[in-house]
Design a protein around this ligand. Sequence first.
Ligand SMILES: Cc1cc2nc3c(=O)[nH]c(=O)nc-3n(C[C@H](O)[C@H](O)[C@H](O)COP(=O)(O)OP(=O)(O)OC[C@H]3O[C@@H](n4cnc5c(N)ncnc54)[C@H](O)[C@@H]3O)c2cc1C
Length: 381
Amino acid sequence: MSERILIVGGGTAGSVLANNLSDRLAGEIDAGEVEVTLVNDTEDHVYKPTWLYVPFGEKTPADARRPLSDLIDRRVDLEIDRVTAVDTDAKRVSFERKDEELAYDHLVLAMGTSVSPEETPGLAEGGHHFYNPEGATALREELASFTEGHLVLSVIGVPHMCPVAPLEFVLIADDWFRERGLRDDVEITYTYPIGRAHGIESVAEWSGPLMEDRDINVETFFNPEEVDPDEGVLHTVEGRSLEYDTLVAIPPHEGSDLVREAGLGEDGWVDVDPHTLEATNAEDVYALGDVADLPTSKAGSAAHYAAGALAKRLASVARGEQPTTRYDGKTVCFIESGRDEGTYISFDYDEEPVPKEPSRLLHWSKLGYNQSYWLTARGVL
Ligand SMILES: Cc1cc2nc3c(=O)[nH]c(=O)nc-3n(C[C@H](O)[C@H](O)[C@H](O)COP(=O)(O)OP(=O)(O)OC[C@H]3O[C@@H](n4cnc5c(N)ncnc54)[C@H](O)[C@@H]3O)c2cc1C
């Protein structure tokens, strides 16, 4: 009987893992000793970092999509369906469309996360965001007609995908309005929930002078509890209010019901060992990427490096060997600091990042990485 590895979610984490496993275990898969199945609820793979550029007219949501069937190695069984329940005792999952359950020996959860603006009263009606295709497209229309007034970017949901994207947004917006000769008529404010401009201390220190230089107001200890769309006002838990003409929010993010119902994590993020990625509450279950409760960023690069480590571990397990590889929390983020400059940070569980001096080269490196992503997701690079 073959070892069955089932991966739920064909985003960055699941796709990189599936391709990496099919490479490492090609011989065993061909010999019928191992089966790798990847289940995703849509036909397409989505590369979310593209959405940052949609509001500024640089990209479209279609640029972020490619058929999974083009990205996933032929040795992987690709199933398009939604997993609706996980039974970790019986080691089976059930589906939305397919009646039959699927049994596994090793289950990897990689369902990512999505935004839930309705959790903050008034936000869905009064705010914009760029954290899904619809939001990014609507924001493009809003910005195209925004020629004067107060643009507020408010980080509401923490943790959220890509911790640096809100900073990138305001720094790009600053340049974008300058290029269009509108900056003197547009005030920009960035708000953050804790007592500094970013959760990562060195990024907060790096961005402080930059924001001042670029005339971007920064409000800290700012936790919106309600948006008044009619008056255009944000009200915070701290009793403060901020008027806006256009609000761009980073909405609250959702954990997964599947995770809660399977008893794998109370708040919807899977409780895992940060090094082995094994679920704390079930045998032979692993999680990686945004759905995992890891002490690092919800970033594609973290998902990518974690997938590489887990592929090595699972390949060892499938061969009956003791796994020794550990994920060290490695995460690398390119950060746009404007329309033609960028920097980058690299860190892990033990090492704090140090942002590099922004340069055109690093901006072009980010754009270059975004193109080569389609090769890295295939496991070519
Ligand atoms: C605007 C923006 C900019 C970003 N920029 C960067 C960046 O510059 N650098 C960086 O490293 N990261 C960035 N990120 C974060 C990055 O996109 C995510 O961290 C990454 O996508 C996480 O990968 P994942 O595989 O865990 O989840 P996802 O990519 O979200 O994939 C999850 C997959 O699971 C599927 N799925 C969900 N539930 C089920 C189910 N029940 N059954 C079957 N399939 C299911 C989903 O449809 C999806 O295909 C950005 C994110 C955003 C929103």
